[in-house]
Design a protein around this ligand. Structure first.
Ligand SMILES: Cc1cc2nc3c(=O)[nH]c(=O)nc-3n(C[C@H](O)[C@H](O)[C@H](O)COP(=O)(O)OP(=O)(O)OC[C@H]3O[C@@H](n4cnc5c(N)ncnc54)[C@H](O)[C@@H]3O)c2cc1C
Ligand SMILES: O=C([O-])CC(=O)C(=O)O
Length: 322
């Protein structure tokens, strides 16, 4: 979408072996709370988050909000022990960030410190369908196709953008990319209006438009996409200890996804070359546990890199003509 919008003369095709609802992004809780990438400078991560927040805030404030599945949500991140960093780098981007009062903390007798703020949440399947609708409206082609090797695209396309998520492990043989398995429950509990996140990152309760997402797990290196009934029970118990009213939740559905994790997001240009033929590639994957929180910022940067590839191609074709 960013490429089509920044380069209206480009013809854009999305190739994917799976579309919504069968992607990792469909499993995500979709909360705008960033995760930190150790190998990416903080000011860059902050910029990605800020751009994503600003973009989604405008949608949440428009007539499209409910169809796009984007809404504001207020709540608490609570800690058993006061964290070293009391002010996370994103505290001035979310709305109304402040330490919790003693009175608020009484709701969480096992926790000693907390942060209250308002952020955005995407209900991911409707948001992905809304994005697909926008792509189709501006003439972007959507094709179901598994790509075995990026080079197979060289005769059909001038520039290739690799947004394969965890699929990049096989597609480009990136051994720095690893799965972090996450299991979540989607339950019907419409009385839960505030989000609650344990600062250890393991247990969270995120109310969406139709369901509440209960999480979670972080199993590094596991490729297993089957739900585990023991984990389902454990997640439910952990969430009930934070929000006892969840005992009355109904209609539990279980989802599993593989976070495409690496030390830093891979956002860079590469030129593949075989027998003197070149194929410019832009990589944009490895957003790990925070892909929704930074998706628009990283997409805009990838679109700029595509612009650089096009400028380089135009430069080399005019030199070739000379
Ligand atoms: C349980 C869980 C909860 C999460 N909660 C949050 C949250 O609250 N907030 C947040 O910011 N992030 C969250 N995330 C992280 C977020 O889901 C990911 O960072 C994000 O979805 C990654 O998006 P992606 O587009 O890179 O990958 P994907 O959604 O996996 O998309 C990649 C696409 O590439 C296609 N593909 C792959 N390989 C090939 C190939 N060889 N040929 C053709 N197509 C290919 C796939 O079919 C897929 O359509 C969560 C993740 C999980 C698992
Ligand atoms: O940690 C969270 O709050 C939700 C999330 O991003 C994940 O489970 O990956």
């Amino acid at each position: 979408l960013c490429i089509a919008e920044t380069c209206p003369s480009c013809s854009v095709t999305v190739l994917s072996d799976q579309f919504s609802p069968n992607t990792t992004s469909d499993v995500a809780a979709g909360m705008l709370i960033p995760h930190t990438y150790p190998d990416t400078p903080i000011h860059v991560q902050k910029q990605w988050f800020k751009e994503t927040f600003t973009y989604l805030f405008a949608i949440s404030n428009s007539a499209e909000a409910s169809e796009a599945g984007i809404h504001l949500v207020s709540g608490w991140q609570v800690f058993k022990n006061t964290p070293k960093e009391e002010l996370p780098f994103w505290s001035d981007i979310v709305l109304g960030f402040r330490p919790m009062s003693e009175e608020e903390l009484r709701k969480f007798p096992q926790h000693r410190f907390g942060q209250a703020f308002t952020t955005l949440k995407c209900d991911c399947p409707p948001y992905l369908l809304w994005l697909e609708k926008r792509l189709k409206a501006i003439g972007v082609q959507m094709r179901t196709r598994k790509v075995a090797d990026l080079w197979e695209l060289h005769s059909e396309y001038d520039v290739v953008v690799n947004c394969a998520g965890i699929g990049a492990h096989q597609l480009v043989g990136d051994t720095e990319l690893f799965p972090v398995r996450g299991q979540v429950l989607k339950v019907h509990a419409p009385w839960v209006k505030n989000f609650i996140r344990d600062g250890d990152g393991l247990t969270y309760i995120y109310p969406g438009i139709h369901t509440v997402t209960l999480g979670g797990t972080r199993e590094k290196g596991s490729w297993n996409l089957s739900p585990d009934p023991g984990i389902t029970k454990d997640i439910f118990e952990r969430c009930c200890s934070l929000e006892p009213s969840l005992r009355g939740a109904q209609d539990t559905k279980v989802k599993v996804g593989l976070r495409p994790s690496r030390q830093g997001v891979r956002l860079q240009r590469e030129v593949l070359s075989q027998g003197g033929v070149k194929l410019p590639v832009v990589h944009n994957y490895g957003q790990g546990a925070g892909g929704f929180s930074v998706h628009m910022g990283t997409a805009k940067e990838a679109a700029c890199l595509v612009g650089e590839c096009i400028a380089a191609l135009q430069g080399s074709s005019s030199r070739a003509k000379l």
